[in-house]
Ligand binder design. Structure first.
Ligand code: NAP
Ligand code: ZN
Length: 347
């Protein structure tokens, strides 16, 4: 086994704290890489607090991971020691079901193996995430990272990036479309960057009037403060797509009223409580509510390459790992500009 250190939650009530544990040995198909940076996703907070389902504790969160390869198994073909490497939200899947065969491992019919808060496929031990010094991942779930990019600012692409890139690509959002991005946080700010890069006219829908200037700097064309009834009234029936990145309960019916006929609300935010949607919010304009989960490995690599070519990275605040709890508190208040990334040298 490999000695590893991390910050872990021992239970949902206690703050993260240093923890020593063991990773599995590097198997023939595995890549081990030392972690340089790890992004802080709102999903980390949902999971350590048992918001979605009872978690596996101790839990080491983190699924926006970049680092440098230190060891590879005998059968590994695509990585060598010294390469940059990345891992996102999943580290394994069955690889034979119809979804896996179509490069949609995130929708593996047996369930994908989460980077943390999941069990290894052989059931031997839990998986542990990226708030850690090193990680062992099977080759198929390790991404290539360009040597030319800002590594810390690239880490959030592994989740916030692919989670917004994938639905925008799937629904073909681009030139001639009016896209609204709901919630300007980690996912939302990447949604704005991709929407603009794909040629859409982008509006940010936000509860935070203070973020207007930032939204424009990110490339958004318009900004709507959702608590202002006049601004909401003016936005009614105007959007082809809404990318909903909100992490907490919100009024779906109000937002659906902002869509045009045939409009699609693409939900990527994952509030713990179910939403109430009136049939009348949908049937009046043949509207759809849809969901999307991260993205497959092939598409994640495509997104990373697209970002490297187009100089797209996340806007980040680099933090010391000892400040993780304070960063969670700020994230809960919507005060993240626009992704916290842990400098793993501080562990
Ligand atoms: P985040 O950085 O905290 O951003 C969420 C934003 O939502 C906030 O900055 C805020 O933006 C807005 N918001 C928060 N509470 C709200 C409320 N009650 N009503 C309206 N707006 C509110 O979180 P994130 O890391 O981007 O993650 C967002 C959500 O996506 C989380 O639920 C996360 O678990 C989920 N997620 C899903 C996937 C997937 O595969 N589908 C992947 C990753 C994350 P404003 O200040 O602009 O209002
Ligand atoms: Zn995430």
């Amino acid at each position: 086994m490999i000695d590893a250190k991390a910050y872990a939650a021992q239970d949902p009530q206690t703050d993260l704290a240093p923890w020593n544990f063991e990773r599995r040995e590097v198997g023939p198909h595995d890549v081990q890489f030392d972690i340089l940076y790890c992004g802080v996703c709102h999903s980390d907070l949902h999971q350590i607090k048992n918001d979605w389902f009872p978690g596996i504790f101790p839990m080491v969160p983190g699924h926006e991971i970049v680092g440098r390869v230190v060891k590879v198994g005998d059968h590994v073909k695509n990585f060598k020691v010294g390469d940059l490497a990345g891992t996102g939200c999943m580290v394994d899947s069955c690889q034979v079901c119809e979804n896996c065969k179509q490069d949609l491992e995130q929708y593996c019919l047996e369930g994908n193996t989460g980077t943390y808060n999941s069990m290894e496929r052989d059931g031997s031990m839990p998986t542990y995430g990226g708030y850690s010094n090193t990680i062992v991942v099977r080759e198929e779930f390790v991404l290539h990272i360009s040597e030319d990019v800002d590594l810390a600012a690239t880490a959030p692409l592994l989740c916030a990036g692919i989670t917004t890139y994938s639905p925008l690509r799937h629904w073909g959002v681009g030139k001639g479309h009016k896209l609204a991005v709901l919630g300007l946080g980690g996912l939302g700010h990447m949604g704005v960057k991709f929407g603009v890069a794909f040629g859409a006219e982008v509006t940010v829908l936000s509860t935070s009037p203070k973020k207007e200037e930032d939204a424009k700097k990110l490339g958004a064309h318009h900004f709507v403060v959702t608590s202002d009834p006049q601004q909401i009234e003016a936005a009614k029936g105007t959007f082809d797509f809404i990318l909903d990145t909100v992490s907490a309960e919100h009024d779906f019916n109000m937002y659906l009223s902002l869509l045009r006929t045939n409009g699609v609300m693409m939900c990527v935010g994952a509030p713990s409580k179910p939403a109430e949607i009136s049939a009348f919010s949908l049937l009046g304009g043949r509207k759809s509510v849809a969901g999307s989960g991260i993205g497959g490995i092939k598409e994640t690599q495509e997104m990373l390459d697209f970002c490297a070519e187009n100089n797209i990275v996340s806007d980040i605040e680099l933090i010391d790992i000892k400040d993780i709890t304070a960063s969670y508190e700020r994230m809960l208040k919507g005060d993240v500009r626009y992704r916290f990334v842990i400098d793993m040298a501080t562990l």
